[in-house]
Design a protein around this ligand. Structure first.
Ligand code: GAR
Length: 208
């Protein structure tokens, strides 16, 4: 059984999707054993507590140097024996220590079809604002591994979502969450916990 640490910053609907999937028995070989928030007021913390999941808060601003923050987060994850780290709406950039310590063991959910609308500055509602400003007709979500390139790690699963006339960033965000994110993130986590993802040359292959 793999220990899953989920990193959050806000509402935590993706965390909730993971909790619900685990409860339905859809993550057979993994268990969420802690939720770590960058924000002490994140509603995601309440969701964890409602489900008796251990919580921690780690704030970038409590560390003078980024390296110290990076080290503290790495040590916190190690102290929880994390086998998999899931970024579920985590809005703080990860440092090189945590990324190298958990190489190919960090999964992020991003609210677009990478490589569109991703990279530095593309997070949360901004991603959907950019998609609408460009006028694309299809967007979606991507579950991918995290490496040192922002949103550049190996892609695990993607799901497309239609853009409709009159969409606002908020309406589109909700549709992308409902139709894509809450579905593909638990699937990617389950595949990882079942050891069904192979990575070669930055490309994944899912074993049937
Ligand atoms: C989600 O849409 C997630 O894909 C996005 O933030 C939202 C968090 O919502 N993440 C990023 O933009 C990361 N670059 P949640 O707290 O309700 O899961």
């Amino acid at each position: 059984m793999k220990n899953i640490a989920v990193l959050v910053s806000g509402g935590g609907t993706n965390l909730q999707a993971l909790i619900d999937a685990e409860k339905r028995g859809e993550i057979k070989n993994g268990k969420i054993n802690c939720v770590i928030s960058s924000n002490p007021d994140a509603y995601a913390l309440k969701r964890a507590q409602n489900n008796s999941i251990h919580t921690e808060v780690i704030r970038r601003k409590d560390y003078a140097r980024f390296d110290d923050y990076d080290k503290a987060l790495t040590e916190l994850l190690q102290s929880r024996n994390a086998d998999l780290v899931v970024l579920a709406g985590f809005m703080t950039i990860l440092g090189s220590r945590v990324i190298s310590t958990f190489k190919n063991k960090i999964i992020n959910i991003h609210p677009s079809l990478i490589p569109s609308f991703c990279g530095e500055g593309f997070y949360g509602l901004r991603v959907h604002e950019a998609a609408l400003a460009k006028g694309v007709k299809v967007t979606g979500a991507t579950a991918h591994f995290v490496n040192e390139v922002c949103d550049g790690g190996p892609i695990i699963i993607q799901k497309a979502v239609e853009i409709k006339n009159g969409d606002t960033p908020q309406v589109l965000q909700k549709r992308v969450m409902e139709q894509a994110e809450w579905n593909i993130l638990p699937k990617a986590v389950s595949l990882f916990c079942d050891d069904k993802i192979i990575i070669k040359n930055n490309i994944t292959e899912i074993i049937d």
